[in-house]
Design a protein around this ligand. Structure first.
Ligand code: NAP
Ligand code: ZN
Ligand code: ZN
Length: 347
């Protein structure tokens, strides 16, 4: 066992504080990673504040991890000591269900093993990336291309793949009209990736305060959802809407903007249900869908796509003692556009 420094919350209402956690010994197929940076995802906040249900405290969250391999098990073939690697939202799956065998292990029928808050194979609760080191089985570890700056690579492991996967699955590309709702961590990556895929991209944000940024990230159009005229002028317009909003929205207003056969994909995960009026779907034969992270194969594809297209998240680096303040800024939609923790400050 390796005892490492981390940050964790003791309850849903306590701030995160410095503590230590145990990492398992490096097994034959494991790699030990010295973490360099760890992104702050809104899911971390939903989780530690108990918004998605009860959890076991204290819990160290964080599932946007990049670092360097410092030790490998005797049977490891995919990674070498010194390699730049990443770990995203899952660290294992059953490997034998129909979805795992189809290479879609994020949808493992027995539930993938989340990077934090899941029951690990040894019965312990997995602990995430707000720490100095992590031990992960080699085939759930990604290779981070050299051309992506270390700190900017971290958010790709969740925000990047969670938006890349539905954009790829629903064929965003030349000739498609894509709208991105909410321009935070996930949303700003959705804009960059959809633009790189060749789609015409529209941002639907609460206000126009980030319009210049959105256009710089590759959006063609930018509208404020606080203006009711946005919904009427854009009715029946989009082939694909990616909703990244972390709070409840009025689905009817957004679904009404879908064109014939259009799909709205929800990746935002608000704690409360979103009421759906099915008649809105009958018009234009619309679909409402969800999408969760992405497979390991697709995550590697996304990393290579971002390297090839020179795409990287906009990050603001914080130290460990700045995590709680960063959480408040995320909750106030005051993130530009992903906080990334310098893991050296956990030491
Ligand atoms: P984030 O950085 O906080 O971005 C969310 C954005 O939504 C905000 O920046 C804001 O954008 C908009 N927003 C926030 N509150 C709103 C409200 N009340 N009404 C309208 N718009 C609002 O969060 P994130 O890290 O990108 O995560 C977004 C959501 O995706 C979270 O719920 C997270 O748990 C979920 N998630 C899901 C998956 C998955 O696998 N499906 C993976 C990762 C994250 P504007 O200021 O531009 O309006
Ligand atoms: Zn996440
Ligand atoms: Zn499975």
């Amino acid at each position: 066992m390796l005892t490492v420094n981390s940050y964790a919350a003791a309850s849903a209402t306590d701030p995160l504080v410095a503590t230590t956690i145990e990492r398992r010994d490096v097994g034959p197929k494991d790699v030990l990673i010295e973490i360099a940076y760890s992104g702050i995802c809104h899911s971390d906040i939903h989780t530690v504040r108990g918004e998605w249900g009860d959890i076991q405290y204290p819990l160290t969250v964080g599932h946007e991890i990049v670092g360097v391999v410092t030790e490998i098990g005797s049977e490891v073939t995919l990674h070498t000591v010194g390699a730049r690697v990443g770990v995203g939202c899952m660290v294992n799956s059953c490997r034998e269900c129909v979805n795992c065998l189809a290479g879609e292990e994020q949808y493992c029928l027995k539930g993938n093993t989340g990077t934090y808050g899941s029951v690990d194979r040894d019965g312990t609760i997995t602990q995430g990336g707000y720490s100095t080191h992590i031990v992960v089985v080699e085939d759930f570890v990604l290779s981070v291309p050299e051309s992506i700056p270390y700190e900017a690579a971290a958010p790709l492991l969740c925000a990047g793949i969670t938006t890349y996967s539905p954009l790829a699955h629903w064929n965003a590309g030349p000739g498609t009209q894509v709208a991105v709702v909410g321009m935070g961590g996930l949303g700003h990556m959705a804009v960059k990736i959809a633009h790189a895929m060749g789609a015409e991209v529209t941002v639907l944000s609460q206000s126009l305060s980030k319009q210049e940024d959105g256009l710089r990230f590759g959006a063609d159009h930018y509208y404020a959802t606080s203006d009711a005229a946005t919904f009427t002028s854009l009715a029946n317009s989009f082939d694909l809407i990616i909703n990244t909003v972390s709070a409840k929205i009025d689905l009817h207003q957004y679904l009404s903007m879908l064109a014939l056969n259009g799909t709205m994909v929800n990746v935002g995960a608000p704690p409360e249900p979103l009421p759906l009026q099915v008649f809105t779907l009958f018009n234009n034969r619309r679909s409402f869908a969800g999408s969760g992270i992405g497979s390991i194969r697709e995550t590697q594809e996304m990393l290579d796509f971002c390297a090839e297209h020179n795409i990287a998240p906009e990050v603001e680096i914080v130290s460990a003692d700045g995590i709680n303040a960063a959480y408040e800024r995320v909750l106030a939609s005051d993130v530009r556009y992903r906080f990334v923790i310098d893991a050296a400050t956990f030491r």
